[in-house]
Design a protein around this ligand. Structure first.
Ligand code: 3HC
Length: 304
């Protein structure tokens, strides 16, 4: 029942086998939803511990999805859970994880050197037909694609946290991305149950270009002492109908991710006041207070 207004031609690239690189919040979520929607998924991370953690997070989240989809129908729910888990493989070696991949979705940390390393390695081992996509929140797709020899088979697929719940995927086309690749990425996104929007390869695409400046302005408001964190959050939830207030959303996304985006854009446009650094954010990040995932950010969280 999900639809998109984007018209597709008949060219068909079938995406069945998907490799997701990076077992963090986003990588785990993308892997989970891809498996839920019938794809064979390989989730890759260099760390066994990270993979163990993502597997357990996927199990918990899948149980919520099953409850929602199947309610009291225990038998069907258990089958769905079993089949989904059966489609998920976990690997620590990147080289062995892409032999059969139709699509690779990169969701590693927002560090351009690490992303370059991943894509260079992938390009040398992935089959000819494999499409590469990045889930970057703040880099340009072309800045990653340039280290590969498959610009025509490279695009952006930007999902939102929590991937199981958020209904959008941004599909980013570079001028070099072939129409066939672009359409395959849109189709993959809609098969995952998301509504796809097309965005140009510009800083922040659509959502983050609008969302991050708003979130950062809310942190500046807090830093100036104009309102408390609770009041800023309550105000935007009740006054603007947002599901989360901006301060709690920064905690949810991760202070580090927000800072990466802000700093990257500040470097590009040092005179743009929208992107100027925020001492309060920098301090929390330097203290390791990255938000929900570390148990503290602007708020404190119970460790799970
Ligand atoms: N796995 C599975 N299901 C989940 C889930 C998860 N991790 N989290 C929530 N759900 C489901 C619940 O089962 C529930 O289903 P129901 O409505 O059928 O009962 C539903 O989602 C709502 O969950 P809750 O009742 O627990 O909580 P809320 O109603 O408060 O919703 C929220 C939680 C969906 C996270 C909501 O607060 C929200 O939409 N927040 C804003 C999130 C947002 O803006 N995300 C985008 C961030 S930007 C980004 O990701 C881009 C990056 O590049 C920075």
């Amino acid at each position: 029942h999900f639809s998109t207004g984007i018209k597709l031609s008949n060219k068909n690239v079938i995406i069945k086998n998907v490799t997701v690189i990076g077992g963090g919040i986003m990588g785990g979520g993308i892997a989970q939803v891809a498996a839920q929607t019938g794809h064979n998924v390989t989730l890759v991370d260099v760390s066994e511990d990270v993979l163990k953690n993502s597997k357990s997070k996927i199990e918990t989240s899948l149980a919520r999805v099953v409850k929602k989809l199947f309610g009291d129908n225990k038998e069907k729910g258990e089958l769905f859970q079993k089949e989904t888990m059966g489609r998920l493989n976990y690997r620590t070696s990147l080289v062995d994880s892409v032999n059969e991949a139709d699509l690779v979705v990169e969701a590693v940390v927002e560090n351009i050197d690490i992303k370059h390393k991943v894509f260079t390695q992938l390009d040398s081992v992935a089959p000819e037909h494999t499409i590469f996509a990045s889930n970057t929140s703040s880099f340009l797709i072309k800045d990653m694609a340039k280290v590969t020899k498959r610009l025509d088979r490279f695009g952006g697929l930007h999902f939102f946290n929590p991937v199981t719940v958020m209904k959008l995927v941004e599909v980013i086309k570079m001028p070099e991305t072939s129409q066939e690749t672009h359409e395959a990425l849109i189709k993959f996104g809609t098969t995952m149950g998301k509504t796809a929007v097309e965005a140009k390869d510009k800083d922040g695409f659509i959502v983050n270009r609008l969302l991050i400046p708003y979130l950062m302005d809310s942190v500046r408001m807090l830093e100036r002492g104009d309102a408390t964190a609770r009041d800023i959050d309550t105000a935007m939830k009740l006054g603007s109908g947002h599901p989360m207030g901006p301060i709690e959303l920064v905690d949810y996304i991760g202070l580090d991710t927000c800072k990466f985006a802000l700093d990257g854009w500040h470097q590009k446009e040092p005179n743009n006041p929208t992107y100027r650094p925020i001492a309060m954010l920098d301090k929390l990040v330097s203290e390791g207070k990255l938000g929900v995932k570390t148990g503290a950010g602007f708020y404190e969280y119970k460790k799970k």
